[in-house]
Design a binder for this molecule. Structure first.
Ligand SMILES: *Cc1c(COP(=O)(O)O)cnc(C)c1O
Length: 402
């Protein structure tokens, strides 16, 4: 049988073909007018994609580089910070802030659950300098309520830093309206290009904080990078090919919005929401349980396998039978217990239906859960599509026939 390789992981995600071509053609030098034009355009587009007026800064690094920058540039040793955590990426915030000598308070929820705004409120005090959180915790598939947590910090001196590395492109944010001081994204997620670029949008309040923050920084110096970005330059050799790819991805998203990048961002989020809902309904129809049923993200769906089945086996079957890479549970606590299917970025209806079909086959090889037949998952996914796409079609008809 012919088998195509496919990625269904929450980073890296499938590559946009036009972005791949743009990378291949990107043999330009970074101290030239050509590059300055490209970089300035990409920074402006990313600003629109994020949905903010705040300045955007970019690094040649994985997402964690921008997370580190948000600690090293905004804190001093001994600063009290609050980390909102319910999974592996939340734990990364704790480790990072501790590495920079912060006095870290943690507000947590068990894996699969979300931290409530009430929990956060109980831990807040005037001396908390920064709150660090995820928009979507990719290790469990949960979504945190960024808007409600941001509201708690309004009119305080506490900064809010959101790792939206899988949140951007899967969640609607009003970055400036809610008051998100730093929002972080990564290239290998919803923007459909390879790993190696991290970007973040930084508020005026946060720029101001950097003047007094004393932790050391060199490569990840936000202020230095902002100064150079204003001239269309980066401080060091940028990831030129990835920046060219990102320009192409921004064009693709703009086209999704019929020439309007902000509308394209909304369409991309809605697409992820639909694919995620198709997957959730399919999993339930196949008599499996969701790991994060209360506040599921649109970035990734975590599914608990049928009783007695190790998720490692499901992951392996997906790869061996269908060439599809899906994610196991992350870390010792979740490995073998859940499997994760991504919806962020370059995934469409066809991909999702095929994945649900493959999931049915994989379950069939292991042995289908009791009272489950082929087609149960597909039927549920089809019904979601018919409803979501149907109401979008009707809305468009109303607009064009006022
Ligand atoms: C992927 C991801 C990151 C960044 O990880 P890197 O490997 O450094 O790119 C951070 N937070 C979340 C929620 C992620 O999904």
């Amino acid at each position: 049988m012919l088998i195509k390789s496919r990625l269904f992981t929450p980073g890296p995600t499938p590559l946009l073909p036009s972005a791949q071509l743009a990378m291949a053609a990107a043999d330009i030098h970074h101290r030239t007018a050509d590059f300055r034009t490209l970089y300035s355009r990409v920074l402006a587009d990313v600003q629109t994609f994020v949905g903010t007026k705040n300045d955007v800064v970019m690094f040649a690094s994985s997402g964690t580089g921008a997370m580190e920058a948000s600690v090293s540039n905004l804190t001093s040793p001994g600063d009290k910070v609050l980390v909102v955590t319910a999974g592996k990426f939340g734990e990364r915030w704790t480790q990072l802030a501790q590495a920079y000598g912060c006095n870290v308070e943690v507000v947590s929820a068990e894996y699969g659950k979300t931290v409530t705004p009430e929990q956060v409120k109980a831990k807040l005090s005037q001396d908390v300098k920064v709150v660090y959180m995820q928009a979507t915790e990719s290790s469990t598939g949960v979504r945190h309520d960024v808007e409600a947590i941001a509201a708690l910090l309004k009119n305080t001196d506490t900064l809010l830093v959101v790792d939206a590395i899988t949140g951007l492109g899967t969640t609607h944010f009003d970055v400036d309206g809610w008051g998100i001081d730093v929002i972080i994204g990564g290239s290998q997620k919803a923007v459909m290009i390879p790993p190696g670029l991290a970007y973040l949008a930084v508020s005026e309040r946060a720029w101001k904080r950097m003047e007094s923050a004393k932790n050391p920084r060199f490569y990840f110096d936000l202020r230095k990078e902002r100064k150079n970005a204003a001239k269309g330059e980066s401080s060091y050799t940028p990831a030129i090919a990835l920046i060219a790819a990102l320009a192409s991805a921004m064009d693709f998203i703009r086209n999704m919005g019929k020439g309007d990048l902000a509308a394209g961002r909304v369409a991309l989020v809605d697409n992820a929401e639909m694919c995620a809902e198709m997957m959730r309904e399919a999993a339930l129809a196949l008599k499996m349980k969701l790991f994060a049923p209360d506040a599921p993200s649109a970035a990734v769906t975590s599914i608990i396998p049928p009783a007695g089945v190790d998720s490692t086996k499901i992951v392996k079957l997906f790869r061996d039978e269908f060439g599809a890479v899906i994610s196991n549970g992350q870390g010792d606590e979740m490995k073998g217990k859940i499997f994760r299917m991504a919806h962020l970025g370059y995934f469409d209806y066809m991909d999702t239906i095929a994945t649900v079909g493959a999931l049915e086959q994989v379950l069939g090889i292991i042995s289908l859960p009791k009272h489950v037949e082929f087609g149960y998952g597909l039927k549920a996914a089809q019904e979601v599509y018919a409803r979501v796409a149907g109401s979008a079609r009707n809305a468009k008809a109303v607009v064009s026939n006022p």
